[in-house]
Design a protein around this ligand. Sequence first.
Ligand code: PLP
Length: 396
Amino acid sequence: MSFQNPVFIPGPTNMPEALRKAVDMPTLDHRSPLFGQILHPALAGVKKVLKSESAEIFVFPSTGTGGWETSITNTLNAGDKILAARNGMFSHRWIDMCQRHGLDVQVVETPWGEGLPADRYEEILTADKNHEIKAVLATHNETATGVKSDIAAVRRALDAAGHPALLFVDGVSSIASMDFRMDEWDVDIAVTGSQKGFMLPPGLAIVGFSPKAMKASGTATLPRTFFDIKDMANGYAANAYPYTPSVGLLNGLNMACGMLLDEGLENVFARHHRIAEGVRAAVRAWGLELCAASPEVYSNSVSAIRTPEGFDANRFVSLAAEKYGVAFGTGLGEVAGKVFRIGHLGSLTDVMALSGIATAEMVMADLGLDIPLGSGVAAAQDYYRGHEVSASKVAA
Ligand SMILES: *Cc1c(COP(=O)(O)O)cnc(C)c1O
């Protein structure tokens, strides 16, 4: 690997220098008002990024996976019924976690490459007359397949069924890079982490709880200690944590929210869309296909690219790392060896994306794939030249 090159894994992302500096702090007393001056603006910033007026924000020293655990242990009881769809490795892992916590998960098996089946959700919820299902899980962006799902449609499914289940959304690889509307979609718990759209090092689980989810936490009996939101809320009220917080990362989070909001969330989303469209133009020019089944589900934060039958996609990722010092994402689970992934989220520009596309072409040519050098680069260049973004809007 070379530290000079950008990474093209779908998290951790490239980091802006300003954020790297912001997380590098001298020790301060994490039970002092000074800590409160970092903590409270960071929480307020996250709330804006989630587009919520009413959410309570909690930030744990953890990762997105800890955010999943926070969502279920604070709101549910052993044996509770949960509805979830499995359409990739991340939705699979969340389901697995629920099962390990003794929850009864009704799993809708969904082809990897497709989005969440909101219509199936509606049928199942409508049939659940006694309202035994307590929560619905939705992975907004399946990072394993590069598939975005329609969370508004999942909300409509709940509403059409007149069902009171809580809606938990994994937005780990969508929040702060793709449009996310906690209040408008009536999301009860939003889960993310520091190392994706927030452009920070890994180390924080970031969650938002709606008033309804806060209420559920009052009666939930699944065991929790480290991830107890009540302990955390009590800590926040005293400018502290129930334990030692990651002060530097929280300082970075505060600054990351400032950068995202200064750039403007809609501009951040437009930048991700534009960069992703260039990558997708390159994939088309290579004659390859995305794992994502159709344009409505294309992810703007990661593209999973199918390699030809019989070609081991892991060789692509290894050679890119060994020969060119560039990191791409491997295929996970069912699509291991069948896809490689280009992460295009976080601190990224079109110029950086072009370097990743050019590297991918060298690697594919080295491995004997019939990809004319420059074909994808030219397609992406054409797209970027025709879809300008003003330089002042790029916070990277
Ligand atoms: C990265 C990711 C996770 C897991 O987050 P960690 O920070 O690795 O624990 C969960 N869900 C999605 C969709 C992700 O992309």
